[in-house]
Ligand binder design. Structure first.
Ligand code: ADP
Length: 753
């Protein structure tokens, strides 16, 4: 056995294309028989099959007959369902001709060429369980789990072909041991080599599938192209088209690996689009992440793209400036698909067999590229259209402006999420048919400040379809100002097909406009009133003589009005300092009882028409605060209580340490003193409650108009309370009175921090 093994090993390491190959293979076959015979665990049945196979293959019948007989013979031993042999026969022209032989009694399931390519590339026997048929790829055939075996017919460092078997159940092909298959492979190599030699010795015209001269297409390749016509014309999707081209190029050329790359002329790069057969290391995941790119200056594909010509290299590993896309690949073919005189894409084919591609393959791939140009152009345009639609779709959905495309009847065709959220349309049912003039107005009716203006806007849209229209829609509960623009939309023939509505929330802008004009109105009013009094009284005092008592009264008025002016200026400055974050607290441990005492003395004159009840528990702890600011806070609340209560009303000032359950929700924990000012005055309407803290906001009713004010006091008050870390809250009912209460930190609590 040892000499036989040595001979096999020796032959494996050497090139195998000498004229004596036939004889050599006979020896090898004999060696293999010998190897088999001495294995004690081989059954007599297998050995006799093996011997019969060797005899059969050495016969003189045409190759396909010998192979059919072989497949039949093997079926008894291996129980396969069908078999295929792919081989590359020598031809007189450069390259080789691929031939495929199938077992008779064909199984309707297609052979998966990618499995064969993997076997060729990896060079070892592969066994798999595969699923055939069923689902989209499998046509009408039911799905079956099948066993697959693929064996590379390697000899003398060269790949001669691939031998494949399929069994119709997943456990099949057990009998096809590596020894048996391994023993058959050298015999198959010998048969293929002999057939190649026989073909090469025939006169040119007699060779099957040969073409006389030049790069003309073989008849079967022409048929392949014609068969492809419909699929090429139907393929709109770029990926589907490129995959189809690649698959067909791989099938016809017999290449083990291939790819299609698109040319990015702007960056001078090739962008890998689809690939098959390269090892995992070669291809990036096409489903995610950026696509692999490489410069047009590198590789055969780059050369083909730049020259606009199909190129063929037998061995990239020895060609200067080139290298294989993946280990083990040698022959490479690259062919450009040209559009408008420029290369748009390149089909790249690779094989570990250096003689894999010849003129036939080159001719077919060139013809395929020429045929693929019009569908590629269409697919690229289609892709560009899809991408720009996607891009615009993303912009449309992510804009904060509410957008809706509306047909000429006012029906919403498409809208973005901002549209729904601005109008509060979320969760609305029956979205199929939604008209702005009917459904939108009906939906907004409870909140529309002026329903008529919205209806008029929709009418104007109908009356003047060509005009750009704009309006502001005021909503209440909660208050919101929405600016609506409506512009006509056109089709490709410039005919009006509807409108685009763009809605944006302008509440803040309107609010600041309102604040600005209120500021001007209030400040000028608050300035003018005291100034008029001061000027009037001083003029009187200058021009006429008055009694001492009258003079005193006039000067007191002038003094009070000047004080009012000073107060206004103080409020304005205080407000802007708080807003600018410039107010610094001068904090000390202070007693609120003393502050209240000072305040009541100060307020004595204002309180002549009201009763002030002070309720301070004896044990209120000292607070850590700015004395003047605390005074200002309580002063503002008390003066408001006085201002907004009728004469004789009772005002209550209560101070005690807050129980935890008295603190407003979300209030910081710890020890706090709670100060509350309650009145029995005009109260505040529910809708106005959240707004009284805004700068210059004054509740607008006959009472407040008569009373006068700047709308700054509460805004300053809240700013000061918050600077101390506390919170201020109001509870009020119209006509019943109000209660403002706020918190200030107990001193030792903060002092410890
Ligand atoms: P001003 O009193 O100068 O108008 P404020 O900021 O102090 O400004 O108050 C804002 C608004 O809140 C007032 O215009 C008034 O309508 C309302 N308001 C404040 N305090 C009271 C209160 N105690 N009772 C009723 N309404 C009040």
């Amino acid at each position: 056995m040892a000499p036989a093994l040595r001979r096999v090993t020796f032959l494996q390491g050497h090139a195998f294309d000498s004229p004596v190959q036939h004889a050599t293979m006979r020896v090898v076959a004999a060696d293999m028989r010998q190897l088999m015979t001495v294995r004690p665990d081989q059954s007599a049945q297998t050995l006799s099959t093996f011997g019969a196979a060797a005899r059969l293959l050495q016969g003189d019948d045409p190759l396909h007959i010998r192979l059919h007989r072989l497949f039949d013979l093997l079926r008894d031993a291996l129980h396969h369902r069908d078999a295929r042999l792919t081989c590359w026969l020598q031809s007189a022209r450069p390259g080789s001709t691929r031939q495929q032989y199938f077992s008779a009694d064909a199984w309707p399931y297609r052979w998966d060429d990618s499995l064969a390519r993997t076997v060729a590339r990896e060079g070892v026997i592969a066994r798999r369980v595969i699923v055939l048929g069923g689902g989209a790829g499998g046509g009408q055939l039911p799905a079956v789990r099948a066993a697959y075996l693929g064996a590379p017919i390697m000899w003398g460092g060269r790949l001669w072909g691939i031998f494949e078997l399929r069994a119709d159940h997943a456990d099949g092909l057990r009998a096809a041991t590596d020894e048996l298959i391994g023993g058959l492979l050298p015999q198959l190599a010998a048969v293929i080599a002999r057939e190649g030699e026989r073909l090469a010795s025939l006169p040119v015209g007699e060779r099957a599938g040969d073409t006389p001269t030049g790069l003309s297409l073989r008849a079967q390749d022409k048929q392949q192209l014609v068969a492809l016509n419909d699929s090429l014309d139907e393929a709109m999707d770029l990926h589907a088209l490129l995959s189809l081209l690649l698959r067909r190029a791989l099938e016809v050329s017999g290449a083990e690996a291939g790819a299609v790359a698109l040319v990015d002329h702007e960056r001078g790069e090739l962008v890998l689009h689809t690939f098959e057969g390269f090892g995992d290391e070669a291809g990036p995941n096409l489903q995610s992440g950026p696509r692999q790119r490489w410069s047009l200056e590198t590789g055969l594909a780059g050369r083909a793209a730049q020259s606009g010509r199909a190129l063929l290299v037998r061995d990239v590993t020895v060609e200067p400036g080139l290298r294989g896309a993946s280990a083990g690949l040698r022959a490479e073919l690259a062919a450009p698909i040209m559009l408008g005189g420029r290369t748009s894409a390149v089909i790249i084919l690779s094989s570990p067999r250096s003689n894999a591609f010849g003129e036939d393959e080159l001719a077919f791939v060139r013809a395929l590229c020429a045929r693929a140009a019009p569908p590629l152009s269409r697919a690229l345009h289609y892709q560009a259209a899809i991408e720009s639609a996607l891009y615009l779709g993303q912009v449309f959905s992510s804009l904060p402006t509410g957008l809706a495309l509306i047909d000429i009847h006012g029906k919403v065709l498409r809208s973005n999420p901002a549209w729904d959220s601005l109008w509060g349309l979320h969760g609305r049912e029956n979205r199929e048919s939604f008209h702005v003039s009917l459904d939108l107005i009906a939906h907004l009716l409870p909140r529309l400040h002026d329903p008529l203006s919205m209806t008029e806007f929709c009418d104007a849209m109908q009356r003047s379809p060509t005009k750009d229209l704009i309006t502001t829609v005021r909503l209440t509960h909660p208050a919101q100002d929405l600016e609506v623009r409506s512009v006509p939309t056109h089709d490709s023939k410039d005919r009006i097909i509807g409108r685009l509505w763009a809605v944006s929330d302008v509440t803040r802008e309107r609010e600041s406009d309102r604040m600005k004009s209120e500021f001007v109105a209030i400040v000028s009013h608050e300035l003018r009133t005291p100034l008029t009094s001061i000027l009037g009284y001083t003029e009187l005092l200058l021009n006429r003589d008055f009694s001492a008592e009258e003079r005193h009264q006039f000067i007191t008025t002038v003094y009070t009005e000047a004080g009012r002016l000073a107060h206004l200026v103080e409020d304005l400055l205080g407000m802007s300092r708080i807003e600018a974050g410039k107010v610094k607290l001068n904090r000390w441990v202070i007693s609120l009882t003393n502050v209240v005492y000072e305040l009541t003395t100060q307020l004595n004159t204002s309180l002549i028409n009201h009763r002030l009840l002070i309720d301070i528990t004896s044990e209120i702890p000292p607070i850590y605060a700015d004395r003047d600011k605390v005074k200002q806070i309580i002063f503002n609340l008390l003066t408001n209580a006085i201002k907004y209560s009728p004469s004789g009303g009772e005002i209550q000032l209560a101070i005690h340490e807050a129980r935890p359950d008295e603190l407003p929700p979300g209030h910081p924990a710890g020890r706090w003193v709670l100060v509350s000012v309650r009145d029995q005055g005009i109260g505040i309407a529910k809708d106005d409650l959240p707004r009284i803290w805004e700068r210059f906001y004054r509740v607008d009713n006959t009472n407040t108009r008569r009373i006068g004010g700047t709308g700054l006091g509460l805004s300053i008050t809240r700013g000061l309370v918050e600077l101390h870390g506390g919170q201020i809250v109001v509870e009020s009912e119209l006509g019943q009175g109000s209660r403002f209460f706020f918190t200030l930190p107990v001193s030792n609590e903060l002092a410890r921090k």
